[in-house]
Design a protein around this ligand. Structure first.
Ligand code: SF4
Length: 341
């Protein structure tokens, strides 16, 4: 029997990641074209706050082209603001505190926050204005969650798991609404939402008209790309003896994909996450007939190709694709770049 690879479709880049990477590339290209790539003052053509997307290969590639990545704005010298060097905010979004700091220091911000994340920020502000307390399901410390909670730390209550629901206390007359991080696992969130609804039956779901990508059920802000990739990998896992997810350890949606794949495989096999082909261990595939493959929303397809090549070298020469949906989402570049055109 031919040993084969089972490839998930859709996988890899989502519209928000595509836009964020293109944002940095566009600035780099413009600097190159105007001869400002290597500046006499030693400043780079662009600064990026945090990883533009959570993938080390993407970050290394852009850094190799001249982008300088910083953790905090404090690492950027004042001379950069004076020289008009752009500072890009990553796809995960930032809290108002960061925006205020950039404004105070006169920085030239190009905001590459994914529009779907930006929508959640705006919803937080609207619900707070309307007197709601917001229960937000997300991962503590993740850039996206930090940014959203930062919109109103006293009214946004972050929980991670079903077991955290008991820690919440609200009076019965509190107006409550649910929001969530965009990259969670649809199934895992369902359990947390069920527990929340049992404890706080009056909890409201986010408005569907404004969140057309919302899953139904369960209702949450998990974005189209996250849910599409999870649905595809679930089918792939059913047809595979093990699954390899290509994606970085700090990529929330990649880690969730691995969890969804593991759930689909059950006792039959194991799901692995690797950054690239160099992390594959041939021992994982001994005696297997089919290996499922998918990748997180921040992963370039050439990394997936590298994994496929490595598996072909191990004898997995058959190839099958499991396609669940055709994606056609596209976001225009940030307004700051469109204005310059
Ligand atoms: Fe935007 Fe979803 Fe991609 Fe995150 S995973 S950047 S929310 S499209």
């Amino acid at each position: 029997m031919t040993k084969s690879v089972v490839l998930a479709d859709p996988r890899g880049f989502c519209a928000g990641v595509d836009r964020a990477i293109l944002t940095v590339q566009t600035i780099l290209k413009a600097a190159e074209a105007s001869g400002k790539r290597t500046r006499e003052d030693g400043l780079p053509p662009v600064y990026v706050r945090r990883q533009i997307v959570h993938n080390k290969h993407v970050v290394e590639d852009l850094a190799g082209q001249g982008a300088v990545f910083v953790q905090e704005l404090a690492e950027i010298p004042d001379a950069a603001a004076q020289a008009g060097i752009p500072v890009v905010f990553s796809a995960h979004g930032v809290s108002p505190v960061v925006k205020a700091e950039a404004e105070r220091r006169g920085m030239h911000v190009v905001d590459a926050t994914c529009p779907l994340v930006g929508k959640v920020h705006r919803e937080v502000l609207r619900f707070v204005r309307e007197g709601y307390e917001i229960v937000y399901i997300g991962h503590k410390g993740h850039d996206e969650a930090v940014g959203v909670v930062g919109e109103s730390p006293e009214h946004v209550h972050l929980i991670e798991h079903e077991s955290d629901v008991d820690s919440l206390e609200f009076s019965s007359d509190a107006k409550l609404v649910l929001l969530s991080q965009t990259t969670l696992s649809v199934d895992e969130t369902a359990g947390t939402i069920a527990a929340l609804k049992e404890r706080f039956p009056w909890l409201e779901m986010p408005p569907k008209a404004k969140f057309p990508w919302i899953q139904e059920p369960p209702s949450s802000d998990i974005c189209y790309a996250t849910s599409n990739r999870q649905a595809a990998v679930k089918l792939v896992a059913q047809q595979s003896d093990c699954v390899v997810i290509v994606g970085s350890a700090n990529s929330s949606n990649s880690v969730r994909l691995m969890e969804v794949a593991q759930e689909g495989l059950g006792e039959r096999g194991k799901a692995y996450r690797v950054d690239d082909a160099s992390e594959l261990d041939p021992a994982w595939f001994e005696g297997l007939e089919s290996v499922g493959i998918s990748s997180g929303a921040s992963v370039p397809d050439e990394l997936v190709s590298g994994v496929i090549d490595a598996l072909q070298n191990l004898g997995f020469t058959g190839m099958k694709s499991v396609e669940t949906i055709k994606e056609n989402m596209h976001f225009v570049l940030p307004a700051e770049l469109r204005r310059k055109k």
